[in-house]
Design a protein around this ligand. Structure first.
Ligand code: FAD
Length: 418
């Protein structure tokens, strides 16, 4: 891999010699169009993509590589849906992200977007339902409002006892998460014709320590300095670890466990052609899951925030208590899966902002540093639009959205976005 030191004469992100305008900082000339993005999860990868489209020279750095299995983006699958109750901002972002996912999926060897449809079901007609229906009408999105009898006929793998209403989004579905990020990064590294490839580096970056109002380089754990005009830190659950004084408890990583079960032999009801991605709102205590994608098994998870964890040290072994809770839910809602064998498990973390809104804002002191994170258990689907907005903010192309500001984040947590 190319190395870049403070003694380089003319350097850009990744150490490429540049003909673009450069500024002189100390003894280092830094190309004005050079950006380093630290963190190759879904947010960092799409930010790199949109910066590249704008003609920037991007170095993308990750300590363990794109969508590695302990990152928040490293799971098998993620739901994409536009139902967000009253939160139009996320409906729009999910809607605008979907074509970008489909484009990536079409270019990939194996599917990234699986159009299984998404079914949310509720024991009552709560405001979230009416608000989502209204939003879908406003945005021209397809939604079917289903009663219990209709759902029971159409989705016979689910027992809808106690359920009053369902929202079905036929145009959404599942994203193959790890594959999606790794495919995107692989494409960025190759570079389309006429575009400069993104330089991917496997490095652990230390906490920036500059005392002034900007940074000109960051240091790897091996002591190498990497310079650029601008920096993005998209560190998911690690963001509070690199910026403790700024983030503090504004982003809290919590332990989340996910389980997969083998469907009955030869039973096509659990395949994505028949079974949607789903969420049981369950009076606010949400469970969600996926059909059997690519033979991994039928997936179940409890959306409730688990205990606070450190992503570097939390155990990745599933717990008996979480498994038993999921099995109890599964046996009630998916009776055909009673006794189904556990076929896999993942222990991940949500990186929760105080209310579930993303953080995409400049560091309060370091004017050339953008902080991106707070995916809060629902960020994956929005990766393309988070990346577009983050790139736009960094280079001054978009207005600041107050809901993504650091100022709107508190150290007191009350989840509001679902
Ligand atoms: C179990 C689970 C289920 C979820 N379900 C959904 C869903 O159905 N739909 C949905 O839309 N979203 C969902 N999410 C949320 C979504 O996956 C996350 O919001 C999103 O993946 C966050 O991406 P990120 O890029 O911010 O973080 P990450 O993917 O964690 O990426 C951060 C990267 O930064 C790197 N890094 C950290 N520190 C350093 C350093 N010092 N030097 C170099 N690199 C560093 C890490 O190695 C990591 O790769 C779910 C999350 C989980 C855990």
């Amino acid at each position: 891999m190319p190395s870049v030191t403070r003694r380089s004469l003319l350097i850009g992100a990744g150490g490429v010699a540049l003909s673009a305008p450069a500024v002189l900082r100390g003894d280092v000339r830094i190309a004005a169009n050079s950006v380093v993005v630290v963190g190759a999860g879904v947010f960092g990868a799409w930010t790199a993509h949109h910066l590249k489209l704008q003609g920037y020279r991007v170095t993308l750095i990750d300590a363990w590589g794109p969508a590695h299995s302990r990152s928040s983006s490293g799971g098998e699958s993620r739901l994409t849906r536009a139902a967000y109750g009253k939160d139009d901002i996320y409906t729009r972002m999910a809607m605008d992200s979907l074509p970008q996912w489909k484009e990536l999926s079409a270019a990939a060897g194996l599917p990234i977007f699986v159009p299984s449809g998404i079914l949310f079901f509720f024991p009552n007609e709560e405001p979230y339902v009416a608000d989502s229906i209204a939003a879908h009408k406003r945005f021209g999105l397809a939604t079917e409002v289903l009663d219990q009898a209709h759902m029971a006929r159409r989705f016979p793998m689910i027992d809808f006892t106690g359920i009053k209403v369902g929202l079905y989004e036929p145009d959404f579905g599942a994203l193959m998460a790890r594959r999606a990020v790794q495919t995107l990064v692989w494409r960025l590294q190759r570079g389309a014709r006429g575009q400069i490839p993104v330089n991917l580096r496997w490095e652990s970056i230390e906490r920036p320590r500059d005392a002034g109002d900007h940074i000109e380089s960051i240091r790897t754990r091996d002591g190498e300095w990497i310079s650029a005009a601008k920096f993005v830190f998209a560190l998911g659950p690690w963001l509070p670890k690199l910026f403790p004084e700024v983030i503090g408890k504004r982003i809290l990583p919590t332990r989340q466990e996910v389980f997969y079960f083998a469907p009955p032999a030869g039973d096509a009801r659990f395949l994505p052609a028949a079974m949607p991605g789903w969420a049981d709102f369950n009076g606010g205590d949400i469970f969600y899951g996926f059909p059997d994608l690519e033979g991994r098994g039928v997936k179940f998870a409890h959306d409730q925030h688990g205990v606070e964890v450190d992503p570097d040290t939390q155990s990745r072994e599933p717990t008996r208590a979480a498994l038993e809770e999921i099995i109890a839910f599964r046996d009630r809602r998916f009776p055909a899966l009673r006794g189904a064998q556990l076929s896999g498990a993942e222990v991940c973390q949500y990186e929760n902002s105080s209310n579930g809104d993303f953080l995409i804002d400049f560091h309060p002191r370091l004017k050339n540093v953008l902080l991106v994170g707070g995916g809060s258990g629902h960020g994956f689907k929005h990766g393309p639009e988070v990346g577009r907005y983050a790139a736009g903010r960094l280079i001054g192309l978009v207005e600041a959205e107050p809901r993504f500001s650091l100022a709107s984040k508190s150290e007191t947590h009350k989840r509001e976005v679902h």
